[in-house]
Design a protein. Structure first.
Ligand SMILES: Nc1ncnc2c1ncn2[C@@H]1O[C@H](COP(=O)(O)OP(=O)(O)OP(=O)(O)O)[C@@H](O)[C@H]1O
Ligand SMILES: [Mg+2]
Length: 360
């Protein structure tokens, strides 16, 4: 599978490489976020390795990458939680290294782990934060009412947080992160671990919030479908490096071939893969085992017709056939050389509890 060493970017999507901080976008509006050759090292290991990008005001910017890619580390540096080893991050015009307090005033942060207090009610969780952030008493109640409405938790305001489902608790934490009206909102995997219905609810809610207030959003996710649906631009991060950055359409267009054909055959001759490669429009063929082939093509309908004809002529049986448009999964494979999901599966390890009488 192809791995393109060159970072894919286009048009206004160019990363901030060489940018000199706010105003680097032609002297117009300062960017909400400027990250310039940022590095985070733990000993000799670079968790984030020379990453540069900028996020415009009111943009929804996605950081996409497998476990351990460096997404949370990037967020932690941008939100003043850990020091930067090298490079610079400027948030709403404030340098995180020299003006951390100014940065904290303009940002809201939803960390990866759930952090609301389960022994407090929904409303209490919000009002404690409002007080911490010095939201004036007279506007506090109205701010909380509005946010509860936006995250659809009004009727749960007096419920103890421990009685909420995972999705509702996430929505509460999103409301809590917005209680001081930040201009820039960082969310680290807000939907991981949620069921599909709750995931969709969180994304709809974020879109709804965005339509009500001026907000720039930086969000990390494992889920390609979400990134595709919600983000204006997406940065793909892998092993601490930025490997591609653009809007979802341009990213998909950057992968050679616009359709993906998956076909399973029976009785294939030895040179079958070779013959598939020779069909019109085909840019790559991957043999996935059990006579299953994944074919990228620039012309889905023409290649499919040819494929069926070829199979009939060669006496090859066709067990299954599907044709789809290129997805962000294909983009990820193209730029990193592997599947995002495979990486996820590999990264989980299961430890059996020790059993009496058995030596480890
Ligand atoms: N405090 C630390 N000390 C040493 N290594 C660390 C530390 N924090 C993170 N790392 C390492 O840095 C790399 C990036 O971690 P990070 O948490 O940023 O990844 P991530 O993309 O957020 O992953 P996930 O999807 O699992 O949340 C990983 O290899 C991780 O083990
Ligand atoms: Mg993380």
């Amino acid at each position: 599978m192809t791995t393109d060493p060159d970072l894919h970017t286009s048009g206004t999507a160019s990363p901030a490489a060489g940018a000199k901080g706010p105003g680097a976008n032609g002297g117009a509006e300062p960017n909400a976020i400027e990250v310039d050759h940022i590095v985070k090292k733990y000993g000799d290991f670079a968790a984030v390795d020379d990453v540069s990008f900028s996020v415009k005001e009111e943009e929804i910017f996605g950081l996409l990458g497998p476990n351990g890619a460096g997404k949370s580390t990037l967020i932690r540096m941008m939100t003043t939680l850990i020091p930067i080893t090298a490079g610079r991050a400027v948030i709403a015009g404030h340098d995180v290294a020299t003006d951390p307090d100014d940065v904290r005033r303009v940002i809201g942060v939803i960390p990866q782990a759930l952090t609301s207090d389960i022994d407090l009610s929904v409303e209490e969780n919000l009002s404690i934060y409002a007080k911490l952030y010095d939201v004036p008493a007279k506007t506090r109640r109205a701010a909380i009412d509005e946010l509860l409405e936006l995250v659809d938790l009004t009727k749960w305001r007096h419920a103890q947080t421990k009685t909420l489902s995972g999705g509702m608790r996430r929505r509460l934490e999103i409301a809590r992160g917005l209680v001081h009206s930040p201009r820039i909102f960082f969310l680290d995997e807000p939907t991981t671990g949620l069921d599909p219905v709750s995931r969709v609810a969180v994304w709809e809610m974020l879109t709804n919030i965005k339509s009500h207030r001026k907000l720039t959003i930086l969000i990390t996710t494992h889920y390609m479908d979400e990134a595709d649906r919600l983000c204006d631009r997406i940065a793909i991060v892998d092993h601490g490096k930025l490997v591609a950055l653009d809007n979802p359409l341009a990213l998909k267009a950057s992968v050679p071939g616009s359709n993906v054909i998956e076909a399973q055959f029976t009785n294939v001759p030895d040179d079958w893969e070779q013959r598939l490669r020779g069909m019109s429009g085909v840019t790559s063929v991957e043999h996935k085992g059990a006579a299953m082939y994944r074919i990228l093509t620039a012309d889905g309908s023409r290649t499919t017709t040819e494929l069926v004809e070829k199979a009939v002529q060669a006496g090859v049986g066709l067990k299954s056939l599907s044709v789809q448009n290129t997805t962000l999964d294909d983009v990820f494979v193209h730029y990193t050389g592997r599947q995002l999901r495979d990486e996820l599966v590999k990264s989980y390890s299961f430890v059996m509890p020790p059993r009496p009488g058995l030596q480890p």
